[in-house]
Design a protein around this ligand. Sequence first.
Ligand SMILES: N[C@@H](CCC[C@H](N)C(=O)O)C(=O)O
Length: 293
Amino acid sequence: MAVKLHFSKGHGTGNDFILFADPDGSLDLTTDQIRVLCDRHFGIGADGVIRAVRSANLDAGAAALVENPGAEWFMDYYNADGSVAEMCGNGIRVYTEFLTRSGLAELAHGEILAIGTRAGVRDVQRSALGYQVDMGLWSTDDDEPLVSAKGLKVPRPGLSIDVGNPHVVVALSDDDELDGLDLAYVPVIDPEPVYGANVEFVVPGDPLIRDGVGHISMRVHERGVGETLSCGTGTVAAALAIRHWAGDRAPDDWRVSVPGGTVAVRMFPGEDGEHASLSGPAELVFDGEVTLA
Ligand SMILES: N[C@@H](CCC[C@H](N)C(=O)O)C(=O)O
């Protein structure tokens, strides 16, 4: 049966999404429908699709992840190839803008909106850059996989970091090496992660630290998408990796520049361990209606 979908198109530093409201959890899009929506030639075009569903109306599998009953809304996130992702750092800001602009949620300055994701509940608040998200706990893996990519002369070791979803961060020597990458080709990670990974190529700023803030340039190849103009969880992984490599004197405040703009990452102590926050813009650019076969 054909489905008529009212949607909004939005982005956070050029990482773009199609968002739609399904408060009752009655619209279950197929993988093919998501792929068509995200296709930049045959559809609307986006890096991902976000369904706004009330946590109370989630199916049992996803509901098990919403441990905080205060998270009224769940971010049901799909990559452009139709695969699900646990978390999206840019998407959750755009999702918050979508919820508040549509009147589905309220968020005054200084207040917190808890949002359910497959990685657990994330707290979002308004910030000078747009929105700030508490991205929760993170973890690294001691094994260093080797990453090959078109444009790299030799494979490079990467650092595996989980920030709710999986990342491998690879340090390059300078901007020329970063610009020379051809990310139309999928980077190969050896050994291959079971559930795949997003791969961030990073160049430390020169100087790395200015006025107590660390600076990084980054390009990313996203799992389930390809090269994107930005990846919020990826910028958090990049800042954590560079801080790890830089040692004791590295700061907790970072600015990460991606092709679509700049976001801010900060590490801070939480009650259960160190958390990272991500701040950046969220824009809704148009609304529309599409009929899906
Ligand atoms: N663009 C996102 C990450 C989206 C999910 C990712 N492709 C995955 O599969 O983990 C971000 O801003 O974090």
